[in-house]
Design a protein around this ligand. Sequence first.
Ligand SMILES: [Zn+2]
Ligand SMILES: [Zn+2]
Ligand SMILES: [Zn+2]
Ligand SMILES: [Zn+2]
Length: 313
Amino acid sequence: MQPRRQRPATDAPQAATVALPKDNSNQEQEAPLDQIESSGSSSSSSSSSDCEKPTETATREFLVSLLECPVCFGYMMPPIMQCSRGHLICSQCRNKLNVCPVCRVPMSNIRNLAMEKVGSKLIFPCKHACYGCRVRLSYADKKSHEEDCEFRPYFCPYPDEKCVWQGALKDVYKHFVSTHQNVITMEGTDIIFLATNVNQVGALDWTMIQSCHGRHFLLSLEKVQLGEGCQQYFAACRMIGTMRDAADFDYLISLEANNRTLKWKSKPRSIRESFVTYTNADFLVLNKSTVELFSEDGNLALNIIIKKANNGD
Ligand SMILES: [Zn+2]
Ligand SMILES: [Zn+2]
Ligand SMILES: [Zn+2]
Ligand SMILES: [Zn+2]
């Protein structure tokens, strides 16, 4: 396997993209406070609680819909900003725009405290509802749930900052083989992951997929430059699966060359887990001289065996 590429010295900033609404059909946004008042008074004037229920639900849904940001379609959380004509926008989108996305007047820094108070009494769908989450939450609980929601999308695990793909777990492998076609897949529980030209200068990475037990595992060797002449290699096995799925397996890496053997056994990590850096993660770490001892003609062969945990050795 050829090293994939030389890592750039700095991470290129990603361009922020903003989706503008197709038209201004969301007219309710123009006078939110009037409408809140009228719907509030109509429900309080009704006497029977049985009759109130459908109206109340409709009112709540209506209020929730008023808090949908016209740019990102997420629900607005405090601080909720507005233009001088009263169109609401979430604070993240506000920071990216100079004109109102609805009426195009220059954007002001007016905060709509009344709508923030209305929002604090409502419950909102989780932002991963499109992936199947049915939970509804208050402002106070929304963020922490969404960060940990089991329906949140998976990011592409390919070590390339340029790929911004995210989606459901079932689509990760499909994305991988169609977009990152240089990554090969090998079938079998016991395979050789051959990284070529491991001594090549610079920070490099080698990636392949091992398919076995009906699942896919991402094998990678990452070469990290820690300073002048100081390099470390991280050999990782990550499962395209949830953290619970990954706990069902063990993997073994063994290196054998020049009358030396080195073995490492651990549990695969899930691609769900994000590592700030390889250097603080639980992977096999090899230094430059170890790699030199085990490589032949500049190629390092890692024998990878993936087993079901608890089914004996
Ligand atoms: Zn927004
Ligand atoms: Zn406006
Ligand atoms: Zn959720
Ligand atoms: Zn990708």
